[in-house]
Design a protein around this ligand. Structure first.
Ligand code: DGL
Length: 268
């Protein structure tokens, strides 16, 4: 049995393309519908109530696109709104990022001293810390909000001296805690991967999306919900709440090809 309906993926803006990349690579026959809330980004500095309201609107939109599953690419939404979303939308599998980041982080650490970076709202929620401590009593988690990484990534300043020094300043605090693994708890941060690697040296850097893609594939396979393997012309469709030139540029950087996104109005 197979299911050729698309997988819905959403984020506050363009950052979730880093999740699309991993999902598309792990499941080469899957159709994907992506929604980026470019009119209302950033979510990371907004309240839980506001981000929940926006997320509910987006999930409703994706369901109208007949998606078979929803991936909450945005860590800010994952950390703050996942429970609410699963209470409201009970008929469609919804996946969030925090649990995958935690599993991958636990595998990466040997010293049990782990760092997590994310938006202010993600770090403030303590969702990563709670999930780490629930999973492993002997772990010590050090969290740090790195809000400047998002505008740097959006500006394409991912390799210059500003990105370099910003990474060094943000991450030194975690290095001082002698972490041996660092979870990138924000969809934008993989865009700064090279700078982050240089700043943390031998510390293992974990992108939750890699683990997410592998586990979502296993889930869909077990549920007989993967698309047919013969579907070589799978479709990636992109929707945004406001036009942004950044979308084309960043989709080229992340996905190797500039994609045009269609602007849509969310019903409120
Ligand atoms: N996409 C958000 C996340 O993964 C980061 C950008 C924002 O603040 O909206 O948390």
């Amino acid at each position: 049995m197979s299911d050729n309906r698309p997988i819905g993926i959403f984020d506050s803006g363009v950052g979730g393309l880093t999740v699309v990349k991993e999902v598309a690579a792990a499941m080469p026959f899957e159709n994907i519908v992506y929604f980026g809330d470019t009119a209302r980004v950033p979510y990371g500095s907004k309240s839980k109530d506001t981000v929940t309201k926006f997320s509910v609107q987006i999930v409703k939109y994706l369901l109208k696109k007949n998606v078979k599953a929803i991936v909450v690419a945005c860590n800010t939404v994952s950390a703050n709104c996942y429970e609410e979303l699963t209470k409201i939308f009970t008929d469609t599998p919804i996946f969030e990022m925090v649990s995958f980041g935690v599993k991958a982080g636990l595998e990466a650490t040997s010293s049990q001293r782990i760092g997590v970076i994310g938006t202010e709202a993600t770090i403030r929620s303590n969702a990563y810390e709670r999930a780490f401590y629930d999973a492993a009593a002997d772990i010590t988690v050090f969290s740090k909000a790195c809000p400047l990484f998002v505008p740097l990534a959006e500006e394409g300043w991912t390799e210059n001296s500003v990105a370099e020094i910003t990474s060094e300043i943000y991450l030194q605090e975690l290095l001082d805690k002698e972490i041996d693994a660092l979870v990138l708890g924000c969809t934008h941060y993989p865009l700064l991967l090279n700078c982050i690697h240089r700043a943390v040296g031998s510390v293992k850097v974990v992108n939750p999306a890699v683990r997410a893609a592998a586990e979502i594939k296993t889930f869909l396979s077990t549920a007989n919900m993967l698309a047919e393997c013969v579907q070589h012309d799978r479709k990636l469709s992109f929707f945004v709440s406001d036009f942004t030139a950044k979308f084309n540029r960043i989709s080229k950087v992340v996905l190797g090809k500039a994609h045009i996104a269609e602007k849509v109005d969310l019903e409120v």
